[in-house]
Design a protein around this ligand. Structure first.
Ligand code: GLA
Length: 741
């Protein structure tokens, strides 16, 4: 009674708002039993169907507030083999009745029953969406689906809380955060794949009947696939066509299943990876899934990434409490990192020499990488022993930190908290602290084992040493590394049936440590690194200010990696160091300006052995760092346009960014290797104010002699920017800024 009354008020309220042309984000039509979310240029509609299931009705461009949907009708049976349960696009389907597609939830009850049929029970409207409760048709298993929509970007956040109110435990074998649906059609799937030093390959393929599984079974996000997808209607295009995209906020094992069903409709189901999964829920316990974000763009993959970038900056990344404000994250400091210069041979004196040179370049933050702790000489020993190595730093870290501060930089430090070398005091004292199956071999990777962070004592140790480190030293930043994946994921303190909880509790404890450290040390910033880009996802990005995309810092390889990265993640978090040439990965030599410009497309850092740099190299880097500082907010937080992709062996590539008020734009252009005298294509710029006047200033390189230095936005967008005839050769780079007069 109360529910209907509230809904009627809300419906009337929504009509009043409609009359005023002020849509509310969430509205419920109690007659048709439909739920509707509106935000940005997006509407999302679903309803309770004639059988009682929650069924998707629409996801796409914003529709008029006066548009109404009739009550959802479950789809008809095509044949006994293609039944209605599988044809109907449910919002969150239990495995039961006649469901043959990917279920969102699969459970086994204490009596052996495995049938779960979820029907609508009740709902409430929340500030930006709904909480909708589903219940099994018989058992007291409740699932609350959380929905919210971002009013600016139209990005939806969906997750589920599964609760057991039965008298006996149930085992969850599969739990998605959400399922998304698209009507029958011709689609292209985009996703990101890779390997160590080869992350961020944009993989594009037509969607065919059957399922494409994108996943990690590794205990963490993984280099091999990233929990992001974009599906384009028709063939893939940067600037045209409908795109539906999504990303999972989870840093443990995950799975996204993209399925074209028997009626050619598409469903995308994502959440915990069901492989080796099992979560026992005792009576009155509940399990919360990660969040699965989903968005829609009407103008191609380019717009989809720009929407996602803005959402990440505004709503995902940590907002550090600085001088009394919680405003959007600031552009990252330009850092120096010692890893490629010294590897683990760090000493107080050696780091101080590097710090002096770094300061002379205009660097803001000095980061000491691996090698400063325990008996760490190489990767065989030391992980787990987080005391300062007394031979390398006889007086602790303070003299180095003081020196760095005296040079006007802040100080950052490398840690790898979840790992242990068998050759360490920690492992000798606590051999039972690692993931393992008793009596079975413990597979080492990089000579290390994974601490079972799910254990309360391990969690306490990890939090404890980090808190101590940050309390005793003036540290502004941690580079948090994670250099292997799981093997033998046993947790033998728990009864066998419950051990698989490790997949959930490990990651939850990681997040809770990060949250607790953030609360106690609010100014300390964090980088998520996992041997490069092995742990980049919207889960870790709630705690990490930046990520390390790859251990491959070859500046030419980085162009393609950065291009791939940008489909899912904002350049704000994309750290890019300039390192020495020739670079070890390909033994390729390039000029310093080329390396600098490659890295300046993201958040710039220097990782070269700068003690060996000539005066000329120091001057070039200093000049370009200063130029970068002036335009960094536009590059890392503006609208990104991938003008020419470096993918697929392209001879050329170019990007452009425009700040939000369109007063500034930055263009980067690269030549891989000029062939047959091809001239760099005239670049038609995008996203400028057509009526504004923009002055062109080279950061590096030259424009054509007859290119005006000032012209309208319309001129730059319609006529375009011509490059000098001298812009030819191998591994050439140019950059320009345009400032509105
Ligand atoms: C990983 C990181 C590198 C470096 C090393 C240190 O490989 O990705 O940047 O920190 O560990 O061992």
């Amino acid at each position: 009674m109360m529910k209907t009354f509230t809904s009627a008020i809300l419906l009337n309220f929504s009509l009043i708002l409609a009359a005023q042309n002020m849509a509310q984000p969430a509205s419920f039509d109690s007659n048709a039993k439909t739920f509707r979310l509106d935000g940005g240029d997006v509407s999302y509609v679903f309803g309770v169907n004639s059988r009682g299931e929650l069924q998707q009705l629409y996801w796409g461009g914003r529709i008029a507030i006066s548009d109404r949907f009739p009550q959802a009708q479950s789809l008809r049976e095509w044949a006994s083999f293609d039944d209605s349960y599988s044809n109907t696009p449910q919002e969150y389907a239990g495995w039961g009745a006649g469901l043959f597609n990917e279920p969102a939830l699969k459970v086994t009850f204490a009596d052996g029953n495995r049938d779960l049929v979820l029907h609508y029970d009740n709902h409430k409207i929340t500030p930006h969406g709904f909480d909708i409760v589903l219940k099994d048709i018989k058992a007291a298993v409740f699932v609350t689906l959380h929905y919210s929509i971002d009013p600016e970007t139209g990005i939806l956040a969906r997750s589920a809380t599964i609760e057991n109110r039965e008298a006996q435990p149930i085992t969850i074998e599969q739990a998605a955060a959400a399922a998304w649906a698209l009507p029958a059609g011709h689609y292209t799937l985009n996703y990101l794949t890779g390997r160590w030093a080869g992350e961020w390959t944009l993989t594009q393929e037509p969607i065919h009947p059957g399922a494409r599984i994108i996943e990690s079974r590794r205990g963490s996000t993984g280099h091999q696939a990233n929990p992001w997808f974009a599906i384009q209607s028709g063939d893939t295009s940067e600037n045209h066509g409908d795109v539906w995209f999504g990303a999972l906020a989870w840093s443990g094992s995950w799975r996204i299943t993209v399925e074209q069903d028997q009626l050619e409709a598409v469903r995308i189901t994502g959440g915990f990876n069901p492989f080796d999964f099992g979560y026992v829920l005792a009576p009155n316990q509940s399990l919360e899934t990660p969040v699965f974000y989903g968005g829609y763009a009407a103008h191609g993959l380019g717009e989809a990434s720009r929407i996602l970038h803005h959402f990440e900056i505004a709503h995902v990344l940590p907002h550090r409490v600085g001088e009394g404000d919680t405003a959007a994250p600031k552009p990252r400091p330009v850092i120096y990192n010692s890893w490629e210069a010294t590897e683990m041979n760090v000493t107080e004196e050696g780091q101080e020499v590097l710090a002096e040179k770094a300061a002379a370049l205009g660097i803001n933050r000095f980061v000491m990488d691996d090698g400063w702790f325990g008996q760490r000489k190489d990767d065989h020993a030391g992980l787990g022993d987080w005391y300062v190595n007394p031979q390398k730093f006889p007086h602790g870290l303070k003299p180095l930190i003081d020196k760095v501060h005296s040079l006007n930089m802040d100080f950052g430090l490398w840690v790898e908290p979840e790992m242990v070398n068998p050759d360490s005091d920690l492992y000798r004292a606590h051999p039972d602290w690692v993931l393992n199956f008793p009596g079975r071999p413990r597979t080492e990777q990089r000579n290390q084992l994974v601490l079972n962070l799910a254990r309360p004592d391990v969690r306490a140790y990890v939090y404890g040493f980090l808190d101590k480190l940050l309390t005793e030293n003036d540290i502004a930043f941690l580079k948090w590394d994670y250099n292997r994946n799981w093997s033998e994921p046993g947790w033998d303190q728990l009864p066998p049936a419950e051990q698989k909880k490790v997949y959930v509790e490990f990651t939850r404890n990681l997040y809770s440590i990060l949250a607790e450290l953030h609360a106690k040390h609010p100014k300390v910033e964090l980088e998520s690194c996992s041997g490069g880009g092995g742990r980049v996802d919207l889960g870790i990005l709630q705690y990490a200010d930046e990520v390390w995309p790859s251990d491959n810092t070859d500046p030419f390889d980085r162009l393609t990696q950065q291009d791939g990265f940008s489909y899912a993640y904002t350049p704000q978090v994309m750290m890019a160091w300039v390192t020495d040439s020739p670079h070890g990965i390909n033994n390729r030599s390039v000029s310093l300006p080329y390396s600098m410009l490659s890295s300046m497309q993201g958040s710039l850092g220097i990782g070269a052995n700068i003690t060996k740099w000539s005066d000329e190299e120091m001057a070039t880097a200093k000049r370009l760092i200063a130029a970068y500082h002036e335009v960094q907010p536009t590059i890392v937080q503006g609208n990104l346009y991938r003008l020419i992709s470096p993918r697929n062996g392209s001879e050329f590539s170019a990007t452009q960014t425009v700040n939000r008020d369109k007063s500034q734009s930055v263009v980067f252009a690269f030549i891989h290797s000029t062939q047959e005298g091809h001239k760099f294509p005239r670049l038609k710029l995008e996203g400028l104010d057509p009526a504004g006047n923009y002055a062109l200033t080279p950061i590096e390189g030259k424009a054509e002699r007859d290119t005006p230095t000032t012209a309208s936005g319309a001129w730059w967008m319609n006529h375009g920017l011509d490059f000098s005839d001298e812009f030819r050769g191998d591994f050439q780079a140019a950059a320009f800024r345009l400032d509105k007069k």
